[in-house]
Write a protein that binds this ligand. Structure first.
Ligand code: AMP
Ligand code: MG
Length: 409
């Protein structure tokens, strides 16, 4: 058996970021940029009012909180409009949020602090404000030429808003990885038909397609391939021609009849691993050279559903994320309190028990571990939100701290 860290770094070093492309802004959420993005424009492009109210000269209303001041309203300006005159002492302009701030005035007073008179021709103000109040200066968010996002930024929803605000409509980024998923096994049924003797429902592909989508990949479901070397080879070779990575499920454990080993050993540069973890001890990784001469990473996940998921999380997901240019690819690990004792035997492996955890009022993460920890028992794992890393040994007592990898962060 090899340590998990060795397997992870072996996989990671073979999985380099793919080339970036030009993409419309709307297609770039979650992607990693490959160029510095500079502001092409200032935001806001002009000074404007932060409130619905009146643009005034602050000095005119300096005493208004003790004695109300009445001003002449010389214009009304809405967002998208513009007032070309100049506000003089004794005057105000009725102004809406976002409307260009008129020359001469130096502060906005909220409409709530005012009373309109003479059908809007005059306004009584009963509060004082300092110069600059509720005026948003041109460039007060973004100054033209400023570095908005350095190359390597993961674009979030607000970043897309920022880029739109300075008219950046196309960006250079690493695209979603095109990943093909294949499950293997004569026993697998995924067409909804009745189960024959010895048959089971295919479930790994359903799970992996979804998990890959959540990891930001564009996923092709290549279906179930029977335990037939020719069929498998054809599917894998074709997949390598139009995908950036391939994920297979099944056929990588010891003493298998599956042809996965035979085919992959023949057509790809594979490393067959036994990793010192439970579940998900067997794992294969390699590179399949496609017709264009590109080396396409192949992740051979085990068939047991829980093992398949855990090896996806620990080995495939970080590597695939790094191929999309992410540098922060690992899940968050917290030190958490095990509310129950966890018994285990010394076996040279770190156990990744599926646990359900929460951040509690005592300022600590706590978790409980379900009893169904078999590698075929996916249903409990589905209600867990973490993997507790129980080190080799006799287990832990209730109240002990254990590192937990949070599956949602
Ligand atoms: P294997 O890794 O192919 O030896 O399979 C190990 C176990 O996982 C066997 O019980 C298989 O029937 C089961 N299994 C393999 N592939 C899948 C799958 N795609 N969905 C559900 N169970 C599977
Ligand atoms: Mg199999």
């Amino acid at each position: 058996m090899i340590p998990l860290d060795e397997a992870r770094s072996f996989v990671r070093q073979a999985c380099r970021p793919i080339a970036s492309v030009s993409l419309p802004l709307r297609a770039s959420i979650g992607l990693v940029t490959s160029t510095d993005l500079l502001a092409q424009e200032s935001v806001p492009p002009f000074a404007n009012s932060a409130v619905d109210g009146y643009a005034v000269i602050a000095a005119d209303i300096a005493a208004a909180s003790t004695t109300a001041v009445e001003l002449e309203v010389i214009a009304t300006v809405a967002a998208g409009a513009r007032f070309d005159g100049v506000v003089a002492s004794g005057q105000a302009v009725r102004i809406m949020t976002g409307a260009p701030f008129p020359d001469g005035a130096d502060a906005s007073v909220m409409v709530e602090e005012t009373e309109s008179r003479d059908g809007g021709a005059r306004v009584v103000i009963s509060t004082s404000v300092s110069a600059g109040t509720a005026v948003r200066a041109a460039g007060s968010d973004i100054v033209e030429g400023a570095l908005l996002f350095p190359a390597g930024t993961v674009l979030n929803a607000m970043a897309l808003g920022v880029l739109a605000s300075v008219n950046i409509r196309t960006i250079e980024a690493i695209p979603r990885l095109r990943v093909a998923v294949v499950s293997t096994g004569d026993e697998l049924i995924d067409d909804g038909g009745p189960l024959g003797p010895g048959q089971i429902r295919e479930s790994n592909k359903a799970m992996l397609v979804a998990a890959l989508g959540q990891a930001g990949c564009d996923v092709s479901d290549l279906g179930v391939v029977r335990d037939d070397e020719h069929a498998l080879e054809a599917v894998l070779r074709a997949a390598a021609d139009d995908h950036d990575a391939i994920v297979t499920s099944g056929g990588v454990s010891m003493g298998d009849f599956d042809p996965v080993k035979a085919v992959l050993s023949r057509i790809a540069e594979m490393r067959w691993m036994q990793i010192a973890i439970k579940p998900a001890k067997p794992f294969a990784f390699g590179l399949l050279t496609n017709n264009a001469g590109a080396a396409i990473p192949i992740f051979g996940l085990p068939g047991n559903p829980v093992s398949s998921f855990v090896s996806f999380e620990l080995l495939a997901r970080p590597a695939l994320r790094s191929m999309m240019g992410h540098t922060n690819v690992d899940r968050t690990v917290v030190a958490a309190i095990s509310d129950d004792p966890i018994k285990r035997r010394r076996d040279g492996k770190t156990h990744f028990d599926r646990v359900d955890g929460a951040f509690e009022a005592d300022g600590r993460w706590h978790f409980r571990r379900g009893a169904s920890q078999g590698s075929h028992q996916l249903s409990w794992s589905a209600s867990a939100n973490g993997l507790a890393m129980v080190p080799d040994g006799e287990g832990v007592s209730g109240g002990d701290s254990v590192d937990v990898m949070l599956l949602e962060l």
